[in-house]
Design a binder for this molecule. Structure first.
Ligand SMILES: [Zn+2]
Length: 164
């Protein structure tokens, strides 16, 4: 995917509220340029429509209006579920060697606290959200999706004794 997919300047901060922005992307195939909305942080409760896109595999995917080329954008995504109290951080595989990314984490895989940005000013809320310091870090969007489904099934299973 490297060399084909548009690459973005990364905002090196972890924020558990939803962050979306509109960017201009040039189709790697036909060079047609169009605007798309991309997400670097997705809060499942705040943005259920983006969650639905994530589940169907359409989030942060460029689909060209001219030639219909379909390209996954190589950009980090934090998925955050406040109800089930977990978060999954996806990075493109090249981030494994990216110092700015590695600097965000302690040797044990937890986030260096100063790198978590919260729009929540309430200290009680911050305390409840301590789990954001321990995101499940993955390097494929498919694995990010699988982990979300796993946590949702776990919650259902323990609440009802079934995952159905
Ligand atoms: Zn195109």
């Amino acid at each position: 995917m490297r060399g084909e997919s548009p690459v973005f300047e990364r905002v090196v901060i972890i924020d558990f509220m939803s962050i979306e922005e509109s960017i201009s992307v040039e189709c790697p195939k036909c060079k047609h340029e169009q605007d798309i909305v991309v997400w670097s942080s997705l809060n499942a409760q705040v943005s259920p429509e983006a969650k639905a896109q994530f589940i169907s595999g359409d989030l942060n995917v460029f689909v060209c209006q001219e030639c219909e080329a379909r390209v996954s954008l190589a950009m980090p995504l934090l998925y955050h579920d406040m109800e089930l109290q977990f978060c999954v951080q996806f990075y493109p595989p090249e981030s494994l060697e990216d110092e700015a990314t590695l600097r965000l984490y302690e040797p044990d895989g937890s986030v260096v606290a100063g790198n978590v940005f919260s729009s929540a000013s309430n200290p009680d809320m911050m305390e409840k959200m301590r789990y954001v310091l321990r995101p499940h870090v993955v390097f494929s969007m498919q694995e990010a999706l699988m982990h979300v489904l796993f946590r949702e099934n776990l919650a259902l299973f323990h609440a009802h004794g079934t995952s159905a």
